[in-house]
Design a protein around this ligand. Structure first.
Ligand code: 6GU
Length: 249
């Protein structure tokens, strides 16, 4: 396949009890660009829609007792088979099926880059309550992913976070491709923090702009930016107290 061959849009489906929450994504500029360029096809699918149970029930009390409710395996499989019109095994063989959980592997920039390169059709399962019956992880999902070391009330915000991060990696999603190569985590900055940016006015309430930026010495400016990036990376890797001190001085 040559680079000029038309490519299928990358399909990302989010299975959730609250499909309308995902509407936020439609207004995010890089995601809109990727969609309009035919690179991305996003859908929010209703987890309740195909429930075989009375009142479209999807959750139940946990075996073994304990607090909260657990999302049922039969409801999840019914939703998957209803939406994809094929056995869940076939969907699992053809798509990346991500179950969102704070106990999963932490999503990072390297993962975003890999996903955006592979463009493997993806389904993201959003849990609520105590999460999914573990058979969803064992027999439906291909991987467990978290967005960081804290617990959210559900997976929807995590799904939107990940989709935002991957969509902006697609070619043409950002107006200006340079913004990708020089941003935080990029190789150009050794994986570190982005350098600070300033714009007019040059003086605001006595708060100035580093003089070097108006010097016109491009090599010097590059050097300054790299130094700033390194210092900022170190500062924010240190204790929260040290970071707060450095940014509020
Ligand atoms: Cl993916 N889900 C939930 N519920 N909490 C999280 C998370 C995911 N990632 C970090 N915290």
């Amino acid at each position: 396949m040559s680079a000029d061959d038309p490519i299928e849009p990358w399909s990302i489906d989010v299975l959730t009890l609250f499909p309308h929450w995902l509407q936020w994504l439609d207004e995010v500029r890089p995601i809109r660009n990727a969609t309009e360029l035919g690179l991305l096809a996003l859908r929010a699918l209703d987890l309740r829609e195909h429930s075989p149970l009375k009142h479209r029930q999807v959750d139940d009390t946990p075996y073994g007792g304990g607090a909260g409710m657990v999302l049922r395996i039969d409801a999840v499989v019914a939703a998957m088979e209803g939406h994809y019109a094929q056995p869940v095994e076939d969907t699992r063989a053809g798509r990346r099926v991500v179950v969102l959980t704070p106990a999963g592997r932490t999503f990072d920039d390297a993962m975003a880059i890999r996903w955006a390169q592979e463009r493997r059709p993806t389904t993201i399962l959003c849990g609520r309550y105590e999460g999914f019956d573990y058979r969803v992880h064992e027999h439906v999902a291909t991987e467990e992913v978290s967005i960081g070391p804290y617990v959210l009330s559900g997976g929807e915000v995590a799904a939107m976070t990940m989709i935002d991060a991957v969509a902006r990696k697609l070619p043409g999603a950002l107006g200006n491709e340079e913004s990708l190569s020089d941003e935080t985590f990029s190789d150009a900055l050794d994986g570190g923090a982005e350098y600070p940016h300033y714009t007019r006015p040059a003086d605001f309430r006595g708060w100035g702009v580093p003089e070097i930026l108006s010097s016109g010495h491009h090599a010097e400016i590059q050097k300054w930016r790299l130094e700033q990036s390194r210092a900022r990376t170190e500062r924010n890797a240190a204790s929260p107290e040290a970071s707060a001190d450095a940014t509020t001085s």
